[in-house]
Design a protein around this ligand. Structure first.
Ligand code: GTP
Ligand code: MG
Length: 196
């Protein structure tokens, strides 16, 4: 697929250091350990494109992956990690907010949340910012393999109901990096954002 050609491009220490605000980029955001890096690897069919870890807070830098010139996927550091000092958390939240507001090339935001605990406070803040900035959101309920079909469906329906409260362009989809459930739907959403 288009996404298998993803190549590591650069790391930025901070959103303010991201360069080249041209073309189209799609960012993957979510709490630490939500499965952002795993989802990117699954999408790209590459085992070690983005670093994954059992330890939350592994991805500290912003990693940029290029699909082709002017088309990028961004792996953002996770938020909500308990062991991070409060001052750093605040700084990161502020930077995230700025990124959503100012980044002209940001054309879609994938917000990844563990299907067992979707829409925590910080997830909601992020989605509200995106809606305010007119950026479409795909709320991806990750690790869907952890639930049996019935429970998975119930969680999806509950999350879809909850998503209505944002009054914006927010789509909810389940996803698993372990068995690729939801991968075609993720690709379809990205295809739209990348105008493919
Ligand atoms: P940070 O970079 O720390 O913010 O984390 P992240 O959101 O990038 O999460 P990462 O992809 O590193 O995955 C965290 C843990 O969840 C790892 O142990 C993964 O193996 C596991 N994991 C990720 N996706 C899935 C999934 O679909 N199913 C299951 N069962 N486990 C998953
Ligand atoms: Mg990561």
């Amino acid at each position: 697929t288009y996404y298998t050609q993803a190549k590591f491009s650069t790391s930025a220490p901070d959103i303010r250091h991201l360069e080249g605000d041209e073309g189209i980029e799609v960012a993957f955001a979510g709490r630490s350990n939500a499965g952002k890096s795993s989802a990117l690897n699954t999408l790209a069919r590459q085992k070690n494109l983005a670093r994954t870890s059992k330890t939350p807070g592994r991805t500290q830098l912003i990693n940029v992956f290029e699909l082709e010139e002017g088309r990028r996927l961004i792996d953002l550091p996770g938020y909500g990690f308990a062991q991070v000092p409060i001052a750093m958390k605040k700084k990161w939240q502020q930077a995230l907010g700025e990124y959503l507001q100012k980044r002209k090339s940001l054309k879609g935001l994938v917000v990844l949340m563990d299907i067992r605990h979707p829409f925590k406070d910080l997830d909601q803040d992020l989605i509200y910012w995106a809606v305010e900035a007119n950026i479409p959101v795909l709320a991806l309920l990750t690790k869907s393999d952890k639930l049996k079909a019935g429970k998975r469906k119930a969680q999806l329906m509950m999350a879809q109901e909850a998503a209505l409260a944002f009054m914006g362009d927010v789509t909810v989809q389940t996803f698993s990096s372990h068995n690729r459930q939801g991968l075609p739907e993720l690709e379809q959403m990205l295809d739209g954002w990348f105008h493919r």
